[in-house]
Write a protein that binds this ligand. Structure first.
Ligand SMILES: Cc1ncc(C[n+]2csc(CCOP(=O)(O)OP(=O)(O)O)c2C)c(N)n1
Ligand SMILES: [Mg+2]
Length: 799
């Protein structure tokens, strides 16, 4: 047993080497932070209580979370101490991000707030501003947010702190990432999975993560599970997760300070030893990393009782402990007594500046948590070395005559990127166990898969120092990548299309973060979050219905247009071009949907570059316009719809040679949006030219058809737009049956043309009948042979 394990605050504090002086100054800092946190929640004037508190000093709407704040303040104070004493580069991820008042208070105390926002100076006037702006119209959010200096984690939606912390620590060997985890947050699925991140942390190349589980006992209205376990059971759980818990328990501030200091010292000493043995002595055994279990009262030092019921140390302390301060004189009196209990007159000088004792523990410059460049990753990010695409392009002599697996081709490019970042270690590929399944396995030639748990001879590509990350938790993948990007690196998340929905909510939060960050001049742009969605709906014929869901695109396209981009490259070379673009981009969430199955090569590399730059364009070689106006537009987006549209175009050439057909392919979905709704949106003149204002447009789309209508509803020709796509008709069947079931197949598309082009209904009735017959033949054939019709399976472009 290590020296500080399983001791309460009284026992641990005896181990602490804090001098009385240090203890006094730490407590002064903590009290100042508590005062400032409470002040932000309540006061819009009289910030330093230089006069008796009156109702008009109180904000009309009381918004904020007090309960978590004293605990966060304690952690901030003690992190300051160890950062300063040890010269650490540190970040802290504040899981209970609703404790915005705490992180703002500490940032103001250390001066990083005023450095970032000079109008909120570190003096009396600045304190007034700090208080008034909090949760106030035109001010700052109640939660930790992009606006908060030093933060990479909003913490509004709980559950992602630990995964973010690990993402920040990967490939930052000199960084300590502390991570406060709320005991409520610890009940979430994403947080529970993220404990296993320590099996992926390489002590040689990665920094350290120090989890601090904050057992304040309560959530909003309930006790927390972990706080009500016997301590031995909690310890077994945490040890099972691969941690050695160090307990700090108490409610006597001075004893807790001593215990906290001892716990931090113990944890950091052990981390230093573990890093030293891995780095200098080459020890490769997996280690149990220390963590702190902090058990202090919720709303500690706040009102003990309000209106005759206990508040401090209960769930009632979660938000605003005294809620009627303006109306209820007793609440006003209690608030004043509470605020004065911190003795603000001792903590702030006559000019309102924090006194020397309060600032004694505060580190300087970029060592301050609120000024760390690691928390403003755009300051650290360097361009990714992306090789020339021509080396990886597939040769295309003639469209539709050769086949390649697009993601495999991309894998070769990623291998090179992985190889070229071997020294800089600033690129990672994450995914839930599907890198090889998604045909990206070439990357393993350049890097193995990160792994610190047991090894067996049967394993392949596991590597203690690998930069490919596979864990069967989409949440953890997402959280790691977000943390990695937010601290200045690059990456790609490859995922089955249907199951990426698991992180719908996480990506919402990341998009919100990016949208706000883009509006803050001091936040430097970071690398985009790139998704490669493969094993997509049309080729989940083998896994069946559960694996068929193309809706992530719909989800993402609801979000801030300045942040989101969606690409559906139709072949290998267009995928390369899109990948090149997204890997270079900044501050976006890019969704790329591409197949892993053999797919026809349509465009040479140069054509692919030009087509992707346009985002949507006419494939003249595929159509039969011959310089005239088209009778019909066949539009497509996605690899399988593109194949069906080209096959339909070929059938039309054969059966209706006089029909003028235009083939349009869309790679960048946001091109379909109006120009004033998305930066990539097409102006009406261009759109009308491409799709016509009055001809039928048969649009074969990869996902749910409504999306295309939604994007195009304002266009003149919308009434002529007829979209085919996935309509939840799926099962385990043949690839072509998937498109037949959803009426996206070539035969159905030809029937759609005949039905919609004026005059064809009668003239082409026989052709229509042949198409319907082909579908009937298909139906019988697959049931007898289990494979697609030879005319489908052996199809090639043959114009
Ligand atoms: C995913 C999610 N679900 C619900 C909420 C609503 N919520 C906000 S704070 C909170 C309780 C958090 O308790 P805990 O993690 O223990 O933090 P504490 O305030 O006690 O430090 C809840 C349920 C949320 N923010 N995120
Ligand atoms: Mg709690």
């Amino acid at each position: 047993m290590n020296k500080a394990e399983n001791l309460d605050a009284t026992a641990l504090s005896e181990l602490s080497e804090l001098s009385d002086d240090e203890l006094r100054t730490l407590d002064a800092h903590w009290r100042a932070a508590n005062y400032l946190a409470a002040g932000q929640i309540y006061l819009m004037a009289n910030a330093r209580l230089t006069e008796p508190l009156k109702a008009e000093h109180i904000k009309p709407r009381l918004l904020g979370h007090w309960g978590t704040s004293p605990g966060l303040n304690l952690v901030y104070t003690h992190l300051n101490r160890v950062i300063k004493a040890r010269g650490l580069d540190a970040l802290c991820v504040w899981g209970p991000g609703h404790g915005g008042p705490s992180v703002l208070a500490n940032s103001w105390l250390e001066g990083s707030y005023s450095d970032t926002y000079p109008d909120v100076s570190r003096d009396g006037a600045g304190m007034e501003r700090l208080f008034k702006q909090f949760s106030f119209p035109g001010g700052v959010p109640s939660h930790v947010a992009p606006e908060t200096p030093g933060s990479i984690h909003e913490g509004g939606e709980l559950g992602y702190s630990l995964a973010h912390a690990y993402g920040a620590a990967f490939d930052h060997p000199d960084l300590l990432v502390a991570c406060v985890i709320g005991d409520g947050e610890a009940e979430t699925g994403p947080l529970a999975a993220a404990w296993h991140s320590n099996k992926f942390l390489d002590p040689v190349h990665d920094g350290a993560v120090l989890p601090i589980l904050h057992l304040n006992g309560y959530k909003i209205a309930n006790p927390t599970v972990l706080s009500r376990l016997p301590e031995s059971e909690l310890d077994e759980l945490l040890r099972g997760y691969g941690h050695d818990p160090i307990h700090v328990t108490g409610d006597d501030p001075l004893k807790v300070h001593r215990a906290m200091a001892a716990a931090f010292d113990d944890a950091l000493d052990r981390i230093a030893v573990m890093q030293q043995s891995a780095r200098a002595d080459g020890v490769s055994e997996r280690v149990h990393w220390p963590m702190i279990v902090l058990r202090t009262p919720k709303g500690w030092t706040g009102p003990a009782e309000v209106d005759g019921v206990p508040v401090e140390g209960t769930w009632r302390a979660h938000q605003v402990p005294l809620s009627e301060v303006r109306e209820n004189p007793e609440h006003l009196r209690q608030l004043e007594a509470w605020l004065r209990s911190y003795h603000p007159e001792q903590l702030f000088g006559p000019d309102g500046r924090p006194v020397a004792d309060v600032l004694a523990c505060v580190p300087e410059g970029t060592k301050r948590l609120g000024s760390s460049p690691y928390a403003n990753g755009g300051l650290l990010v360097r361009d990714l070395p992306i090789p020339s695409l021509d080396r990886f392009a597939v040769p295309v002599e003639k469209p539709g005559s050769t086949l390649h697996e697009p993601t495999r081709v991309l894998g070769d490019l990623l291998e090179q990127v992985m190889h070229d970042t071997a020294a800089s270690r600033d690129f990672r590929l994450v995914g839930p166990d599907e890198t090889a399944s998604n045909r990206l396995q070439a990357v393993f030639n350049a890097s193995g898969k990160a792994w610190q748990a047991g090894f067996l001879p049967v394993d392949e590509h596991l590597d203690r120092h690998g930069r490919v990350m596979e864990i069967l938790s989409e949440h953890t993948c997402q959280g790691w990548l977000e943390g990695y990007l937010l601290t200045g690196r690059h990456g790609l998340f490859s995922c089955y299309e249907a199951f990426v929905h698991i992180v719908d909510s996480m990506v919402n939060q990341h998009i919100k973060w990016l949208k706000t960050s883009r509006e803050l001049a001091w936040r430097a742009p970071i690398a985009s979050l790139n998704y490669l969605l493969t094993s997509h709906v049309w080729r989940q014929d083998h896994n069946g219905f559960s694996h068929q869901d193309p809706g992530f695109v719909d989800h993402v396209l609801n979000k801030s247009p300045e942040v989101v981009r969606v690409y559906l490259p139709p072949d290998a070379n267009t995928l390369l071009s899109v990948a090149d673009h997204v890997l270079r981009s900044r501050d976006y969430v890019n969704v790329v949907v591409a197949g892993k199955q053999p797919c026809f090569d349509w465009l040479s590399m140069d054509q692919a570059r030009a087509h992707c730059a346009r985002g949507a364009g006419i494939w003249e070689w595929a159509g039969t316009e011959n310089g005239g106006e088209p009778d019909v537009v066949l539009a497509c987006a996605g690899d399988v719809p593109t194949l069906e549209v080209l096959a339909a175009a070929q059938l039309l050439r054969r059966h209706l040679p006089d029909l003028a057909v235009r083939v349009v392919n869309v790679v960048d979905m946001t091109r379909l949006m109006p120009r004033d709704e998305h930066p990539h949106g097409m102006g009406d003149f261009e759109y009308d030219g491409l799709f016509t204002t009055d001809r039928p447009v048969i649009f074969a789309y990869h996902g749910y058809p409504w999306l295309i209508h939604r994007l195009a509803y304002r266009r003149t020709g919308h009434a002529n737009l007829h979209v085919r796509g996935y309509k939840e008709s799926g099962t385990t069947t043949t690839p072509f049956d998937m498109v037949v079931r959803n009426d996206l197949d070539r035969y159905r598309l030809v029937m759609d043309v005949i039905d919609r082009v004026p005059g064809l209904a009668v003239r082409a009735a026989a052709v229509r009948q042949q198409m319907a017959d082909a579908r009937t033949r298909h139906h019988a054939w697959i049931r007898e042979h289990g494979t697609d019709l030879p005319e489908v399976a052996d199809w090639t472009w043959n114009a």
